[in-house]
Write a protein that binds this ligand. Sequence first.
Ligand SMILES: [Zn+2]
Ligand SMILES: [Zn+2]
Length: 398
Amino acid sequence: MPDTHWMKQRAEELTPQLVAWRRHLHMHPEPSMKEHNTAAFVVERLRDMGIDEIEEGIGETGVVAHVRGEGDRCVALRADMDALELTEQTGAEYASTVEGMMHACGHDAHTTCLLGAAAILSEMGDSLSGIVKLIFQPGEEGEAGALRMIEDGCLEDPAPEAIVAAHVQPDLQQGTVGLTRGFVTAQSDSIEIAILGESSHAARPHQGADAISLAAQAVTALQHFVARCTDPIHRKVVTLGTIRGGTRRNILADRVEISGTVRTYERETRDAIIDFLGNRLRTLVGELGGRMEVTISEGYPSLWNEDWVLDHAGDAARELLGDEGVVDMQYPSMGSEDFAFFQHVGEIPAAMLRLGTRDESSGFVHAVHTTHFDLNDEVVLPVGAAIYANTAVKLLQR
Ligand SMILES: [Zn+2]
Ligand SMILES: [Zn+2]
């Protein structure tokens, strides 16, 4: 019966292979929903391992595979495959070869870790007490690839009892795993606001409606509402990232456009902010002589780490890394993750782990979504592969 020691050893032996795979993916990043070569690479590697239960083209470019042991119970592991529109500036020898495209969110590492877990799990044979569903998803960066895969049936035949994902975390020391109890990523909604006034001469504002002054009131009122009218215990942030309006210094602007993002955890706080934008703020602008149009695009839901799933992942991590290798993370992230769809739409108990990548001495300190983000793959990949594999084993032994 393969034990944790064996798993750790296999992950270490696989390291040169994992590094080569990750560097190949890193050099050939693909945008969301166009992960054709990445998906083909994943399928080839899985076939090389002798895994033959593979479905391609799930949610367009997603891949689902099953590693079968003894019994019918099933748990799922998920990795994402897409890259970002950024020009890499790491100077690494394995830097992106695609102009303006970069694996800046570590999805190359996630995909590789899941391939490593597939290799380990497939060697376990019947000592694996169930089925592990491997989900390689497209389009995490804004295209809701998880939702597309769910709608395409990735959680059926068999349905998993739980699902786990890992995400790189540059604030966390490499070689460690971070666990967050409760909320772990936020709901993210996009807002587009148009404040409509009426032009007039700058010297006669009473003959028009000043969209810039109205916009200033609207911005202040919105931030007031968020800070003073929602429960301070509920974490939230509203950021207005763009504002544009006016044509000339001595003409009243007749239109100002504002865009931003609303990040929340609790649905009631999210709904209160959205209601304020759509109703009370619109009324306020109307009372001051203008009009307001608002478009809200609901983004990814917030993600709640299910206690028992997180506990099994924690046990799996402690077995491999010891107590010192497992960090209880005090705070969640205000970032969002479409992994949350597996919980909200798929209704599968879920947990997301953080995979530490920080190494000050080697300069691996840069945040994800920056042109300098990188990680020490020789350290991070075997940890990620073993954690994925052992978490699946622990969940199946439950
Ligand atoms: Zn990202
Ligand atoms: Zn990501």
